[in-house]
Design a protein around this ligand. Sequence first.
Ligand code: HEC
Length: 258
Amino acid sequence: MKNILKILIIVLIFTSSLNSAENKTKLLEPNWTFDGFFGKFDRASLQRGYQVYKEVCASCHSMSYLSYRNLGEKGGPEFTKQEVKAIASQYEIQDGPNQEGEMFMRPARPSDKFVNPYPNINAARVANGGAYPPDMSVLVKARKGGADYVYSVLMGYTEDVPEGISLEEGVYYNKYMIGNKIKMPKPINDGSVEYTDGTQATEEQISKDVVAFLTWAAEPHLEERKKTGFKAVVYLLILTILGFVIKRKIWLRIEPKV
Ligand code: HEC
């Protein structure tokens, strides 16, 4: 038995050291409002994040699991009904066939899915030098490191490329991308968008806002999940105290044997 335990511990230490060797570059870790036990999204940040997605990322990245009405749901950016309607109506989608058997274009409605920037994956590849801009609906959940990883990639472009790395046309150096090469031109700079709520549009702020938005998109019920977790802990705590009090009451009746 003891030997098995020893072997297990050795294997554990070995695998954890393998893991740490893998993560050579530590990801950036900004303070997310949605981290931790009481984590919550910052509504204004989510709304700005949608603006960034729409104005910057949406020309290449789809978000095909989202509908415009999701933008008005509780726990998300919480745009008003009118705002959601206005957002949807800015897009045109194909519908049909009509009575003549023809497809036609009409303004999008809140129940429609986000419009894709490209008609299909191949068209997306051709437009991006062979690389496919991944769909962003669940990207934050799909990547190791989650929000920190996506934020780090956005902030990870640098002018001084280490020696010995050659970059072909349309390939950029990025500190945090796997293999350090990425076929996405740096999407965010200071002032890439203009905020209307007085927030300063620095590179860090824009990146933080868009990553918060993408985190909500990948886990729309995050706030509810954390609230439920909190309630469960309080419930268990009360139950424990109750159990303790009852136990004492019962055992008080028994005389000590000494
Ligand atoms: C000009 C087109 C274009 C724009 C605009 C763009 N991207 Fe990209 N993005 C790409 C392409 C192409 C890739 C795939 C790169 C690769 O595989 O080398 C990519 C990859 C990424 C990745 C890495 C995903 C992975 O596989 O790990 C992230 C994160 C990302 N984009 C975020 C964003 C965000 C956030 C925005 C908006 C602020 C944005 N992108 C705007 C084209 C674009």
